[in-house]
Design a protein around this ligand. Structure first.
Ligand code: UD1
Ligand code: CA
Length: 251
């Protein structure tokens, strides 16, 4: 199987953690969150294909990671959004890599089988983008997956930009995707920060794919605990508990 690259976004501020410690360094089971994500990525590809995007408190995050794993780093100088963060890592990708997976430093419970599944759905559907989605009883705060009458994905709409009708959609974007590398690089250059948050949204790459009549695939994840993001100390506590349960379930 051809190698994939994995880009891990870890540049964000984590303001709601109310803590001096960079968010992605808060420990789960005694290990900084971002190291759980790297450990997952290492089950799917080799260290030189793993790229961590750092920004806020970059040196501290980079030091903590380097002490454990020989992966690559890209610096996002200003936090202009998830699309901009991914763009920062593109020049560092190995030339021969055809697929790119996006993971997050603050989504530490993601499992390697899920990522491997996502990549294999992506390859077999010959899509330019494969979105890891989930069906949530309470989807508020997440990007919603917008489909046309033929059930083809046409866009991802952020909560801030969604209409009342769109907010009723329960199928959400986990933020994890597999992209065709060439398509991703081309689409990132077309992003515009013309939304309520004035950010470069990675999610707009999905709309670009649809406009160009490219295939967008969706893989629905049943086990939503794997994609719980840590934004607050409450989330951290929940994640620590879930991690404990996940370990108990292993044979
Ligand atoms: C993002 C998705 C949303 C999805 C949700 C899942 C976008 C525009 N939206 O929203 O559709 O449902 O994740 O949790 O992508 N980051 C950087 N640099 C930046 C901005 C963010 O590295 O300039 C990192 C953050 O550290 C974080 C991740 O990217 O780890 C997600 O960023 P965040 O701003 O929290 O995105 P959401 O609004 O949660
Ligand atoms: Ca978030």
């Amino acid at each position: 199987m051809d190698a994939v690259s994995v880009i891990i976004l870890a540049a964000g501020k984590g303001t709601r953690m109310n803590s001096e410690l960079p968010k992605v360094l808060h420990p789960v089971a005694g290990k900084p969150m971002v190291l759980h994500v790297i450990a997952c990525a290492r089950q799917v590809t080799s260290d030189h294909h793993i790229h961590v995007v750092v920004g806020h408190q970059a040196r501290q995050v980079q030091q903590a990671v380097t002490a454990c794993y020989p992966v690559n780093f890209s610096l996002q100088k200003s936090l202009l959004g998830t699309g901009d963060a991914v763009k920062c890592a593109i020049p560092a990708l190995a030339q021969d890599v055809k697929q790119v997976v996006i993971l997050y430093g603050d989504v530490p419970l993601i499992q390697p089988e899920t990522v491997a599944d996502l990549v294999s759905v992506h390859r077999s559907s010959r899509a330019k983008v494969t979105i890891l989605a989930a069906d949530m009883d309470n989807p508020s705060g997440y990007g919603r997956i917008i489909c046309d009458s033929m059930n083809r994905v046409i866009a991802i709409r952020e909560e801030a930009d969604a209409s009342a009708e769109e907010k009723k959609i329960r199928r959400i974007n986990t933020g994890i995707y597999c992209f065709d590398r060439q398509f991703l690089a081309m689409a990132l250059d077309q992003l515009k920060p013309d939304n309520l948050q004035a950010e470069y949204y990675l999610t707009d790459v999905v709309g670009i794919a649809s406009q160009k009549n490219e295939n967008v695939a969706v893989k629905v994840l049943k086990d939503i605990s794997q994609v719980l993001g840590v934004n607050t100390l409450d989330d951290l506590e929940k994640t620590r508990n879930l991690h404990g349960h996940m370990q108990n379930e292993l044979p």
